[in-house]
Design a protein around this ligand. Structure first.
Ligand SMILES: [Zn+2]
Length: 277
């Protein structure tokens, strides 16, 4: 068994790790690199493996830095399953179509204003092709991914549908349990359920979120790290992806705004009416 880190390693975005067990190869996430346009475009254009090598893909959650290159895989003829929770699948249908739209508009803008040619990585047809291959698996339901690899999604508490993935790997006499954390959320959030650290891990692949811009506190990450015996860390995440790829952020922001408005109304209702004084 071996794991190769193709993204979110020594940098922030582009999460992608490939787990190999015997003849099976499974990609864990295939996120988009974000940053300076030319540099990110170059990284995103090149897939780190031949798609036909993969037996399947497992997606931890819908954020673009974890899911954003999946349609590129479909464009290159990938015809195997992509597993995700039902909510992640629903979010991907919207967010990846939006990503394709943004890329098309960016390409139009560059061609018109700067006379630069920057073709979109993928289009709506690639997204549709990918969505046909995306299979929903509920939390806490073990499923066979490929020969020698069985997986279970558990709640990661990061955004709607986000999951950590427990992988049961068998190769000859060897049997090993690996936990891929995905992005781990906080405890006690108003909308999202708390993370559920899986029991009985043998090896953990943990991506460490940044502690301020995504609102994740170091104490929360440390709490999970105490639960998970870490042998490998995929990345030290030192900056957040753009906010348009953060439905968790926008959900919390909406809730905070609604609370602010309710408090203002409550205070206004308690203030004496000056006209009557
Ligand atoms: Zn995320």
């Amino acid at each position: 068994m071996n794991v190769t880190f193709h993204g979110a390693a020594r940098e922030v975005t582009g999460s992608c790790h490939v787990l190999r067990v015997g003849e099976s190869s499974v990609a864990l996430d295939l996120g988009m690199f974000q940053g300076r346009r030319a540099e990110a475009q170059q990284k995103n254009l090149t897939l780190p493996f031949t798609p036909s090598e993969l037996s399947a893909v497992i997606l931890s959650h819908a954020h673009i830095d974890h899911s954003g290159r999946l349609p590129l895989l479909a464009r290159h003829g990938f015809d195997r399953p992509v597993y995700a929770t039902p909510a992640t699948r629903d979010l991907c249908a919207i967010m990846l179509a939006d990503s394709a739209h943004i890329q098309e508009k960016d390409a139009e803008f560059l061609a018109k204003r700067r006379r630069e040619h920057a073709a979109p990585l993928y289009d709506q047809r690639d997204v549709a092709r990918l969505m046909r291959k995306m299979i929903s698996i509920p939390y806490d339901t073990p499923f066979d991914v490929a020969a020698g690899i069985r997986a279970t999604f558990v709640e990661a508490g990061h955004i709607l549908g986000s999951a950590s993935v427990v992988l049961e790997c068998r190769e000859g006499n060897m049997s090993r349990r690996v936990v891929f954390s995905g992005d781990i959320g906080r405890w006690g959030l108003p909308i999202i359920r708390d993370p559920e650290p899986p029991q009985g891990r043998q090896m953990g692949l943990v991506e460490e979120p940044k502690t301020d811009e995504q609102g994740v506190e170091a104490g929360d990450v440390m709490a999970l790290r105490r639960e998970v015996p870490v042998r490998a860390r995929a990345a030290s995440r030192s900056a957040a992806p753009s906010r348009r790829s953060l439905p968790g952020w926008s959900g919390d922001a909406c809730l905070r705004r609604r609370r602010r408005v309710a408090q203002q109304r409550h205070r206004a209702a308690r203030r004496p009416d000056r006209k009557t004084l």
